[in-house]
Design a protein around this ligand. Structure first.
Ligand SMILES: [Zn+2]
Ligand SMILES: [Zn+2]
Length: 452
């Protein structure tokens, strides 16, 4: 008997938590948190307390009340009695919280499997943002690499890298008694590493899978133009070359491809890319995993921005120990203000205050992110503030972005090429739309077992 139970990711974008049961083996594919997790009840400062266990989540049905899954401590004040776990492994596809955000609730004894880069990134982020990116405590975390098969009980799992908006993303081919099951995780095929996704498609096709669990973030949206990462770089470069003043850009810190696009656009235009200490730390720490990344300490096209801190003198003691290492390559608002047209500055939302010191004139700003959110949704409150600040300083607002997910057209090609017997949509608001591309679509319902 082989079955799948979607405790998250069924009929919604994100929150993937897929239980695969085959004979006596039980594994989870991802263990993420939904994007709108608890927003019906919680907002701003009204949040479940960190010290609490699962009682608050169970009260509102935010997490499934499944036995033999959660840690003893998290179950203390709930009606669910603690029992030894019966899950053989949790396999994580990539770093995004909608795929691994609920790891801290798991029983410590359940083995966790994740890509070597994903674990490294999680450690880096947790150091920078101690209250976020907590992956919890696990007695065993096994790292995998692309094509290196591993076994969980009798199940053979082959991870294969895919391209996505975060590095170190994987899809999987799992050998079960029912045949091969392919899980895509999140992926795209229009960036500099599309070759990785192509390799995954090829391998998945060769596996002649019984079932394909395929993400469909962009299934509902026939976008007017599916920009590639290269086109984003060209657009950023065009804006930079046309600007007389300072140029600012915002992109998500985990989007390494986008970092490289901005880096190259700055270089092409004889400007230096200015990044804050956090981004500098991420880039420097990830260099051993991603050799294409420039050396933040030595690269002449990069400068590291130090904010005005307590003493207002830009001296060591004003900064955390981990950020002091980049001080040799320091740039401050004073230097940038003297020659604004020499810089392209990465600017985070919570660093907008720097504009007060930089006092830009004739400046441009490039918004280069939408994370997992589709246009207009989710980021509304933040975007209003971005726009107010831009207006206040007379900065011209531009957009340059491409998705971390495959377009509808690409999804069609992937499904037809892999050609599974059964197609199971996940990570999509419109699972029905998959019927356009396949004659045997099984749409999962949250919490219900789907027999294969
Ligand atoms: Zn996702
Ligand atoms: Zn993702």
């Amino acid at each position: 008997m082989t079955s799948l139970t979607f405790y998250g990711g069924a009929g919604e974008i994100g929150g993937n938590k897929i239980l695969l049961e085959d004979k006596d083996a039980k594994i989870y594919l991802d263990f993420g948190q939904e994007f709108n997790f608890g927003e019906e009840y919680f907002w701003e400062y009204l949040q479940p307390r960190g010290a609490n266990g699962l009682e608050v989540y169970f009260e509102f049905g935010l997490l499934p009340e499944v036995e033999k899954l959660y840690s003893r401590k998290k179950l203390e004040r709930t009606k669910l009695k603690y029992q030894e776990p019966d899950v053989d492994g949790v396999i994580i596809s990539h770093i995004h919280s909608d795929h691994m955000g609920h790891l801290p609730f798991l029983d410590e004894g359940i083995p966790v499997y994740m890509g070597h880069g994903t674990h490294k990134l999680a450690e880096i982020y947790h150091k920078l943002y101690p209250s976020f990116f907590n992956i919890g405590t696990h007695s065993s975390i096994t790292h995998f690499r692309s094509r290196e098969k591993f076994k969980v009980k009798h199940l053979e799992v082959e991870p294969i890298h895919v391209e996505h908006s975060a590095p170190g993303a994987y899809g999987f081919i799992i050998k079960t008694s029912k045949g091969n099951i392919v899980y895509t995780g999140d992926f795209r095929i229009h960036g500099p590493r599309k070759d990785m996704t192509e390799e995954f498609i090829k391998k998945a096709k060769e596996a002649k899978p019984y079932a394909l669990i395929c993400e469909g973030t962009r299934m509902e949206q026939e976008s007017e133009h599916n920009f590639t990462e290269k086109e984003v770089e060209e657009r950023v470069s065009g804006i930079v070359s046309g600007s007389k003043g300072l140029v600012f850009g915002y992109f998500a810190m985990s989007n390494i491809d986008r970092f490289m696009s901005f880096y190259r656009a700055a270089k092409e235009n004889g400007r230096m890319l200015v990044i804050d200490t956090r981004l500098a730390y991420v880039v420097q720490e990830m260099r051993e995993k991603i050799p294409v990344l420039p050396d933040v300490m030595k690269d002449r096209n990069i400068r590291v921005y130090y904010r005005l801190a307590k003493s207002c003198t830009f001296t060591e003691k004003d900064y955390y120990v981990w950020e002091r290492e980049f001080m040799e390559n320091m740039v401050t608002y004073e230097e940038i203000k003297k020659n604004p047209s020499e810089y392209l500055v990465h600017l985070n939302f919570n660093r907008l205050i720097e504009l007060v010191y930089l006092q830009p004139s004739e400046a441009d700003f490039i918004y280069s992110s939408s994370e997992h959110f589709l246009e207009g949704e989710g980021n509304e409150e933040e975007r209003k503030r971005w726009e107010a600040w831009m207006k206040h300083f007379g900065i011209k607002f531009h957009k340059a972005h491409c998705s971390g997910h495959a377009s509808k057209k690409d999804l069609e090609r992937v499904i037809k090429e892999i050609n599974p017997e059964v197609l199971i949509p996940v990570h999509t608001n419109v699972p029905e739309a998959f019927k356009e591309f396949h004659s045997n679509v099984k749409i999962p319902t949250k919490g219900e077992r789907l027999e294969l």
